[in-house]
Structure formats: structure tokens, C-alpha cells
Write a protein that binds this ligand. Structure first.
Ligand code: 2P0
Length: 327
């Protein structure tokens, strides 16, 4: 009867994350199963808020920062929504990012994590945290990690159905007061999308198998470094993982080169700053921006060093953040 009607609507918040041991390649592109595990820190303040409502409409509509999504972007969300959609209902999705899209920070991690939580809740599903991470993974691999707060490990998993490839919290945000200083090097042309970049690397790079070997070696060390708050060890492993990932991409044919001249300049600056005694290391994702990890103690020094640097267009600071939450 009328009294039974429920509003199929929910809102969720999720934060972006940055990998310390990188994800670069899929063993199953349909289920988004990674070729290896990865480890990340969830970022406070870099947030996506998403509201999903299901209703008897003709088609899904999606607005990101008040702009209607069309074409391939919309098709990707619709396909994702099919995983939780009640019957033939369609969805109205409204999503906003707290961070500038032009900063070149991945919004797919926070975006699909928030969408997975809001859409599953709106559909009346009660998923466990693991199931939620598996669902977010179907949207974007790195989104599996944004379900979790603090420091996350995304398990490679063994099964072909993907049910054991989810992220879980290694330690909560409060465990280690690290800071991530994002150095934006430019607001320029679009990069090769990471899905494309990793598939192409996997298919053509002579270094791809060796890249995977580095991940398998780095996972345990990074885990221990996080548990023990061993900054020097995490710095070595994380920079090594980043450079090995980029080396494998650069060796693809044709090459996938995400860096610009400023990226390389800033890599050297981080190394100089470290020689001067500041706790810092860099990491770089599928774009030209440089993320500098440091301690709460050395944050001011690192910020001051890069604030007015000619290779830095913009600078953002994040600390460890919480996992995805309902609003
Ligand atoms: C990471 N990146 O571990 C790596 C390092 C970028 C470089 O995860 O194809 O958007 O949607 O699963 O998660 C970005 O890739 O790729 C990413 P899909 P995703 O953070």
C-alpha cells in the first residue's frame, strides 16, 4: 500500500587516496581485478559527496559539480549502477568534489567510493565493508581503497570472481600523522587516462613483468613500515614503487610519459630537501603532479620550500583521512 513506500535515496562522502605501493595493471578488465596488491593513504579534505535516488524514470541522470554527464562518462556510471539497481528503476546522481578538478588529482577513487556507498544504501542493500570495497572496485580500482580510512591495503586476491580482492584498513588515520603536500605542476592538456595507460603498459612494456615483481617484494616492507611508523623505510619503498611503475610505462611502445620538465625538477628538489635533513619523499601518479609526503613536524619547512617555487602552480596539503561514510 501507499504507507509502504520508501524513498530510495542516500548520500555518502568519500575521500581520495594516494598509493604508496602503486596499482598498475589488471588481470581482469571486466571485474577490475588488479595484477597485484597496493597500499595507500586516504586523504582528508579531498572529498566527493554523492546523493543517489532511484525512481521510475526513463534514464539515469548524473550531475558532477552541477554539470550533466553525457556519453561515455554517463554510460560508465549506468553500467556501474546496474550492479545495485532495484529492478528497472533509474537513478538520479548528484556529486560534488571539494577539490579542484583542475588539480589533476584522481577523482575516480573518491567518486566511485562515494557512489558505491550511496547507491547500495539507496537500493536498500546492506553490504559489509568488504562487499562495499569490492563494489567500489568495479567502478575504479583505486576506489576500493577509498572505502577504507587511514592506511589501506588492497588485496590482489586469488579468486576469479573477485570476492577476495577488496581493501581493508592497515591502521587508522590516527596511527600516523603523515602529511601529503600536493605540488600541482600545471593545468594543461589531458593525460593518458590511467586505465588506458596501464593496459597499454601491460600489453607492450618489456619491463611489465619486472614491475609486478617489485610490487610483490614491496608489499610486506611497506606494510611493516606503516605499522612501525618507519618514515625512512616507507620513503625508500614508496619512491621505488613509483619510479618502477613509471619506468614500466615509459618503456611501453609507444611510450606513456606522465612527467613534464617540472615533475623531474621537483623530484630533484625533494631529494635536495632530504639531504638538508627534512623528512620527505615524493610520489607521482598518472599525471605530472608531485605529491610530497612529510611529517607533521617538517610540514612547515616543506611547504615554505615549495610555496613560491617556479615549478609549482598550486599547493594543497592533506593528512590521513577517514573511510567512506553515509551522510
Ligand atoms: C594507484 N593509479 O595505485 C595508481 C598509480 C594511478 C597511478 O589507481 O582503471 O583510476 O579505474 O581501475 O584506479 C589510477 O587508476 O584505474 C590509479 P581503473 P584507477 O593509485
Amino acid at each position: 500500500g501507499l504507507g509502504d513506500e520508501v524513498v530510495m535515496r542516500a548520500s555518502a562522502l568519500a575521500r581520495s587516496n594516494i598509493a604508496l605501493v602503486k596499482y598498475w595493471g589488471k588481470r581482469d578488465a571486466t571485474l577490475n581485478l588488479p595484477a597485484a596488491g597496493s597500499i595507500s593513504m586516504t586523504l582528508d579534505g579531498l572529498e566527493t559527496r554523492t546523493t543517489v535516488e532511484f525512481g521510475p524514470w526513463e534514464r539515469d541522470s548524473v550531475f558532477i559539480n552541477d554539470e550533466a554527464l553525457e556519453g561515455k562518462g554517463l554510460a560508465k556510471i549506468s553500467k556501474f549502477l546496474d550492479l545495485v539497481r532495484p529492478g528497472t528503476l533509474c537513478a538520479d546522481v548528484r556529486s560534488t568534489n571539494s577539490f579542484p578538478t583542475a588539480a589533476g588529482l584522481a577523482s575516480s577513487a573518491s567518486g566511485f567510493a562515494a557512489l558505491a556507498l550511496a547507491a547500495s544504501q539507496a537500493a536498500g542493500l546492506e553490504l559489509t565493508p568488504q562487499e562495499l570495497s569490492v563494489l567500489a572496485r568495479r567502478g575504479s580500482g583505486s576506489a576500493a581503497r577509498s572505502i577504507v580510512g587511514g592506511f589501506a591495503i588492497w588485496h590482489e586476491g586469488q579468486k576469479s570472481d573477485g570476492t577476495d580482492s577488496f581493501a581493508e584498513e592497515l591502521v587508522p588515520a590516527e596511527h600516523w600523522d603523515l602529511r601529503c603536500v600536493v605540488l600541482v605542476t600545471r593545468k594543461g592538456p589531458k593525460d593518458v587516462p590511467s586505465t588506458e595507460g596501464m593496459n597499454h603498459t601491460m600489453e607492450t612494456s618489456p619491463f611489465y613483468a619486472e614491475w609486478l615483481n617489485t610490487v610483490r617484494r614491496d608489499m610486506d616492507g611497506a606494510k611493516e613500515a606503516v605499522f612501525e611508523k618507519d618514515f625512512v623505510r616507507l620513503a625508500e619503498i614508496s619512491e621505488g614503487s613509483c619510479l618502477a611503475m613509471h619506468a614500466s610505462a615509459m618503456a611501453a611502445r609507444p611510450a606513456v610519459i606522465y612527467w613534464n620538465a617540472r615533475t623531474l625538477e621537483l623530484i630533484h628538489e625533494v631529494r635536495r630537501l632530504r639531504v638538508q635533513g627534512k623528512a620527505c619523499f615524493f610520489t607521482i601518479d598518472a599525471g605530472p603532479h608531485v605529491k610530497v609526503f612529510t611529517t607533521a613536524e617538517d610540514l612547515d619547512g616543506v611547504k615554505a620550500y615549495f610555496q613560491d617555487h617556479p615549478s609549482v602552480e598550486d599547493l594543497l596539503v592533506a593528512k590521513p583521512g577517514q573511510g567512506a561514510e553515509l551522510l
